[in-house]
Design a protein around this ligand. Structure first.
Ligand code: DMJ
Length: 455
């Protein structure tokens, strides 16, 4: 599958951000401004771990010769979050896996280009940045000029590594300041609203979500602790406190016995769960071990129930692929009821969660469910020129959206590969995956022996 996705990208869209597999040409979304090669950078580590050595070398050569952040045109803006998780994250992993210096250099250079986004009164970064002028702003639709939790809260892992690799503390300082601002704020019912104004430092609308706009913030609290070799006690405490508030206020069970994570709007629940929210099964399983008050077993059960619900969201469709969002109201359970929530864009979250559940339980059902997804992808998403998303998973035959997302190669196919590999490929004792599935090594605390050696 990776070979097919890659070969077609190479044939029809080499150097473009993404591939249009039906029209067989390049594609770019506005998230990347005038940056190029998102699929190449996002796929580097997947090529590496799958031992597609020639393809990896060709990709590395492209990065060396063509990935140039000074060529960025004047009036284009990038999404700080997307560029961080895909480009910085992709380059960091490629560096740690291959040891090639060019990846380290490019990651640090790009990280430096992102720093002007933090020029706000609070230090909470802008969502969008003109890399040429260094001027930032927020999405016009985001609650009166707010920054978004899942965006400014998903920089921590990459920025800690940038400081480590560059010797420059500025990156770590920027993300530790975000932590500090968040810690000071009062949280409604212990929950984190999705919107925060970077000028005033006040929350915007009180919308809370473990899916879109919130998701990876929670993931990065837990992973910051794990990546610090479990020394970041603040990250740990914030994660388990947040999860407790989520469980109390957002997690519900349907009449048919399916556990789901709802969304919260000023105290009222919307009984909807996004495909994006399905990553939470894997996150909760990953954090179960460290759960306070002997809650490990409870967290594992919760993770397993969420995974079952997400599997149901696939099983209850015609194409056996999950909708973008599914509901638990109006007499339905785990089914999309709105036309604009029925699409599937090759997202990874459900397969990601199967992979975590497999690693922690070795229950064969998680591999079976992963295999069902493989068959559905092959049957409905594979087209002549690559893989495509579909517009309606309840239709009798697929209507393709003509985009092969870069995260399909970075995440979906990597997590599938890991689901069917031995546990010692990228073992959890040594690696933490960023939210785009790019593995970053745990930064080991110095033992006294090592400390002596350094001295
Ligand atoms: C990816 O870019 C990342 O997983 C992100 O955290 C959420 N959205 C996409 C995949 O669905």
């Amino acid at each position: 599958m990776m070979q097919f996705a890659w070969e077609n990208y190479k044939r029809y869209a080499w150097g473009a951000n993404e591939l249009r597999p039906i029209s067989q040409q390049g594609h770019s979304s506005n998230l990347f401004g005038s940056l190029k090669g998102a699929t190449i950078v996002d796929a580097l580590d997947t090529l590496y771990i799958m031992e597609m050595d020639d393809e990896f070398e060709a990709a590395a050569e492209w990065v060396e010769n063509n990935l140039d952040f000074n060529m960025v045109r004047k009036n284009t803006e990038i999404s700080v979050f997307e560029v961080n998780i895909r480009f910085v994250g992709g380059l960091l992993s490629a560096y740690y896996l291959s040891g090639k210096e060019v990846f380290r250099q490019k990651a640090v250079e790009l990280g430096e280009k992102l720093l002007p986004a933090f020029k706000t009164p609070t230090g909470i970064p802008w969502a969008l940045l003109n890399m040429k002028s260094g001027i930032g702003r927020n999405w016009p639709w985001a609650s009166g000029g707010s920054s978004i939790l899942a965006e400014y809260g998903t920089l921590h892992l990459e920025f800690m590594h940038l400081s480590k690799l560059s010797g420059n503390p500025i990156f770590a300082e920027k993300v530790m300041n975000i932590r500090k601002v968040l810690k000071r704020l009062e949280k409604p019912s212990g929950l984190y609203p999705n919107y925060l104004n970077p000028n005033s430092g006040h929350w915007g609308q009180h919308h809370v979500s473990v899916g879109g706009l919130g998701d990876s913030f929670y993931e990065y609290l837990l992973k910051a602790w794990i990546m610090s070799d479990k020394t970041d006690e603040d990250g740990k405490a914030l994660y388990y406190e947040a999860l407790q508030a989520i469980e109390k206020n957002l997690i519900r069970k349907s009449g048919g016995g399916l556990t789901y994570i709802a969304e919260w709007k000023g105290g009222l629940l919307e009984h909807k769960m996004g495909h994006l929210t399905c990553f939470a099964g894997g996150m909760i399983a990953l954090g179960a071990d460290g759960a306070p008050d002997q809650q490990t077993g409870h967290h594992m059960e919760l993770a397993a129930e969420i995974t079952r619900t997400c599997h149901e969201s696939y099983a209850r469709t015609n194409l056996k692929l999950g909708p973008e969002a599914f509901r638990f109201d109006g007499g339905v359970e785990a089914i999309a009821t709105r036309q604009n929530e029925k699409y599937f864009i090759l997202r990874p979250e459900v397969i990601e969660t199967y992979m975590y559940m497999w690693r922690f339980t070795h229950d064969p059902k998680y591999r079976q469910w992963g295999w069902e997804a493989v068959q559905a992808l092959e049957q409905h998403c594979r087209v002549e020129g690559g893989y495509s998303g579909v517009r309606d998973v309840y239709a009798s035959s697929p209507n393709h959206d003509d985009v092969q997302q870069s995260f399909y190669l970075a995440e979906t196919l990597k997590y599938l590969y890991l689901l069917f590999s031995e546990d010692d490929l990228l073992p959890f004792e040594h690696w933490v995956f960023n939210t785009e599935a790019h593995p970053l090594p745990i930064i080991k605390k110095e033992t006294s022996h090592q400390a002596n050696e350094v001295e």
